[in-house]
Design a protein around this ligand. Structure first.
Ligand code: IPM
Ligand code: MG
Length: 371
């Protein structure tokens, strides 16, 4: 199969993790006789530096013409620390999500048996955790009207949702729950927010069309606690934009590192695949970032192409590296491997060179200087 993939490496560690994904995708193409053509485009701080615009029109055009988009990360501390900055890297990503109508952000959360001891959570609580967050991505407080008064002392962000915006993602979440453990939890703040009450009403209405799915409603503050104390209760979590942003970072502690979590953003036309982590500028260029969030996002991209076996092979390779202790510094700060080494191991696995002919003792281990 021939596919055009738009690649946005972005900022910070974005380029180095995305490069590992492209390597793995190339190995998949070779192994299965596919042809992947990549078109690189700019977004974020990198795009501002080169063009003055966090999302050049050319990037939107390339993405619209692609079969799928692979994205790295966005953000730069020089903007984070300047609240007065008129142009911000994140505006690029938000505009891209809106322009492509990527309204559903799907974030799977799993516990990896070989990493359970690294999670700050108790192993017995996280064993077998497997849930998926459906985060609404193009509405809510992120996109409502924003104001700063002239004297600079008052600011507001408006949170707006329409029935239609809620319905389209709720249908996806219900349909997904039907293929899984058939449970959907709507996370909201319906005891306080009008928008949340609309979410509840719409989801209650739709639930009659999905009789076999058990629906639960949970306030976001309680959900934040339940994700830590009893994450096994969840199957599909449906929530609005901002709550989804927050609880998905929180949920990543179940896996052991935020660097492991992939995501897919599905829309009206194109779809975009990105790790949920940020640009982690402190690690940029050091070859220490975890490439698995990006590589697992590539697996979701392949699933989007209906290449299920190929996606499964990538997941198998990722599990193999984790089970054999090939992990980056975020997971093991003492005995860790480079970003590029992990990418190479997964590429080799996908190409069928592992475990057979690889000399494990030749794989370079970076020992910390503290021991
Ligand atoms: C995410 C990120 C983005 C968001 C930022 C970079 C704008 O945190 O994808 O979770 O808040 O959506
Ligand atoms: Mg986030």
């Amino acid at each position: 199969m021939k596919k055009n993939i738009a690649v946005i490496e972005g900022d910070g560690i974005g380029p180095e993790v995305t490069r590992q994904s492209v390597r793995v995708l190339n190995a998949i193409a070779d192994a299965y006789g596919h042809e992947f053509d990549y078109t690189y485009c700019l977004m974020g701080a990198d795009a501002i530096d080169r063009t003055g615009n966090p999302l050049p029109d050319e990037t939107i055009a390339i993405c619209l013409n692609s079969d799928g988009i692979l994205f790295g990360a966005i953000g730069d501390p020089k903007y984070d620390n300047d609240p007065a900055a008129k142009v911000r890297p994140e505006q690029g990503l938000l505009k891209l999500r809106k322009s492509l109508q990527l309204y559903a952000n799907i974030r799977p959360v799993n516990a990896y048996p070989s990493l359970q001891h690294l999670s700050p959570l108790k192993a017995k609580n996280i064993e077998g955790v497997d849930f998926v967050i459906f985060r609404e991505l193009t509405g809510g407080i992120y996109f409502g009207e924003k104001n700063l008064s002239e004297d600079g002392n008052h600011a507001s962000d408006n949170c707006v949702y329409s029935r239609e915006e809620i319905e389209r993602i709720a249908h996806l979440a219900f349909q997904y729950a039907q293929t899984r453990k058939k449970k959907l939890t709507l996370v909201d703040k319906a005891n306080v927010l009008e928008t949340s009450r609309l979410w509840r009403k719409v989801v209650q209405g739709l639930s009659t069309q999905y009789n076999e799915v058990k629906v639960e409603y949970m306030f976001v503050d309680n959900a934040a606690m339940q994700i830590i104390i009893n994450p096994k209760q969840f199957d599909v979590i449906l929530t609005e934009n901002m709550f989804g942003d927050i609880i998905s970072d929180e949920a990543s502690v179940i896996s052991g590192s935020i660097g492991l979590l992939p995501s897919a953003s599905i829309g009206v036309g194109s779809a975009l695949f990105e790790p949920i982590h940020g640009s982690y500028p402190q690690a940029a260029g050091k070859d220490i970032a975890n490439p698995l969030g990006s590589i697992l996002s590539s697996a979701m991209l392949l699933e989007h192409f209906n290449m299920k076996e190929e996606a499964g092979l990538i997941r198998e390779a990722v599990n193999w590296t984790l089970q054999n202790g090939f992990v980056t510094k975020d997971i093991d700060p003492v005995n860790f491997y480079f970003t590029s080494t992990i990418g190479e191991l997964i590429t080799d696995y996908v190409s069928g060179k592992i475990p057979g002919s690889v000399k494990m003792e030749n794989i370079e281990l970076r020992k910390s200087t503290i021991i």
